[in-house]
Design a protein around this ligand. Structure first.
Ligand SMILES: [Zn+2]
Length: 106
């Protein structure tokens, strides 16, 4: 039961840097529960939360996710009465935009 993956402050790991817009070497500057919490890019020296090597979602993706959530909300659960911020959802049975193609898993 020996975990060899023990991280230490200053260790260099790969992560996605939004400034460099690519995977770069990052030094760990903060560790929470044996996991990197904050890292510093070794290229541009900016600190940020560890992203697990994932690029942040683009604005497009955020918009898509928002729309998708709306569709889910409309088709899935009935809107709560008196829920704040009900944005003019008027037409019942309005055609929901259909999504073709699946998101790749992984
Ligand atoms: Zn960078």
């Amino acid at each position: 039961m020996n975990f060899t993956l023990e991280l230490r402050l200053g260790d260099v790991i790969d992560d996605f840097c939004v400034k460099c817009r690519r995977l770069t070497n990052h030094a760990i500057v903060s560790i929470i529960q044996q996991k990197p919490a904050k890292v510093r890019c070794r290229i541009c020296y900016s600190d940020h939360d560890y992203r697990h090597e994932q690029a942040p979602p683009s604005k497009k993706d955020l918009k898509k996710a928002e729309l998708f959530a709306q569709v889910l909300a409309q088709g899935g659960t009935p809107p709560e009465p008196g829920a704040e911020g009900a944005e003019g959802a008027s037409a019942d049975g309005a055609e929901a935009p259909r999504k073709r193609g699946r998101k790749k898993a992984g």
